[in-house]
Design a protein around this ligand. Sequence first.
Ligand code: NAD
Length: 442
Amino acid sequence: MTISSRPRLSIIGTGYLGATHAVCMTELGYDVIGMDVDVEKIARLRAGEVPFFEPGLGELLRKNLETGRLRFSTSFEEVAGCADVHFICVGTPQKKGEYAADLSYLDSAIAGLATHLNYRALVVGKSTVPAGTAARLADLLAALAPSPDVELAWNPEFLREGFAVEDTLRPDRLVFGVRSAWSEQQLRAVFAPVIEAGTPVVVTDFATAELVKVAANSFLATKISFINAMAEVCEVTHADVTQLAEALGYDDRIGRRFLNAGLGFGGGCLPKDIRAFMARAGELGVDQALTFLKDVDEINMRRRTRVVDLGFELVNDSYIGTKVCVLGAAFKPNSDDIRDSPALDVAASMQRHGAVVVVYDPAAMDNARQAHPELCYADSALAAAQGANLVLLLTEWSEFRQMDPQVLARVVAHPRIVDGRNCLDPAVWRAAGWTYRALGRP
Ligand code: NAD
């Protein structure tokens, strides 16, 4: 039996990655069923509500629900009954107390699906995994699926939160980790509209496909930590890291992107991916190849301490009795994702040092409240800044970049700001009477 030229798709795990993938594949013309073990998430998606903040995704979800080609379910049996190609998009978080990735969600998704696969089907892993995972899961699939014609492929995902729709519809590249011509053929059919639009495809083996993703994230993390290391040097030499980055960026071999010094990276991907990569390298006996990632991680985490220290200097060496306004809670703008958020890490640390911290974020308030009930929250930047002895800009939402320093100065107790993302013009803020401090910049 062959699968039709327009395969029916299932997407298992409808979080940031899976929900976006389900909606976008329907937009590209496919019949799609999204599945998750989280009953509430599925109810919200069925009702046309995206359970997280992602620009443009809500409209696209509602539009595609109306076509009748996009459905959601909580049943593996139902999913197995109405799709030929099954994408696995479940989480692979950092294991508690370890650097390694927790692959239990993947194992249980494969096990839940496999027992219903009594026909020729392709199962495609999209989650970010340590090298060797796909080979192990292929064995698991073969052992559990009633049909001998079920294959596994690996198709790592590179979407960026905040640009997820665009990245899914028009990715930079597609990577297909396959073990047969048939798997490749199915993946080419699934992504036909994307490939026809000119997206390059790299067809490779499982291990290379797995490594492309973690290597890409390691490179990006390294680039960020490189410029943040330069920021540390700039601070002692009184140089300006933003001008340094501009000048470096004109060199095509280096490039300007990911050279923004500041509070560093966080979120549900880069930190856990470089740690899982180090852990896997250790298991494979090549830990020396990746020892530099430990420095990358350390530089990154030091930026958080440095912001707490900068603020400390501005409030005359004591947070006790001070009111601190934190602008930003999401790990980056245009997202409500607070997983390993540098902004919330700094906010919580200041609160532990005795400050009263009031947080405002345009999208991540509910998530932040849930994760950090000890912090105070306000409904706007101005409300959060009311009576503040110190303002910290920690996530570079455009709303914060465009703040009027004169207006903000009227509501604070002391006009002192730490620009944790190097996204304000120091001259403008100083002219408006602010004491302005930033990372790697005089
Ligand atoms: P997420 O936590 O938002 O979503 C994971 C979903 O999987 C959740 O809704 C969860 O309920 C569901 N799930 C867990 N176990 C399940 C099971 N057995 N069956 C069905 N559903 C199950 O995570 P995410 O951010 O979407 O990331 C998913 C994977 O994609 C990770 O490996 C991540 O590293 C990778 N990734 C994420 C991004 C991103 O920007 N978020 C980008 C590229 C790759």
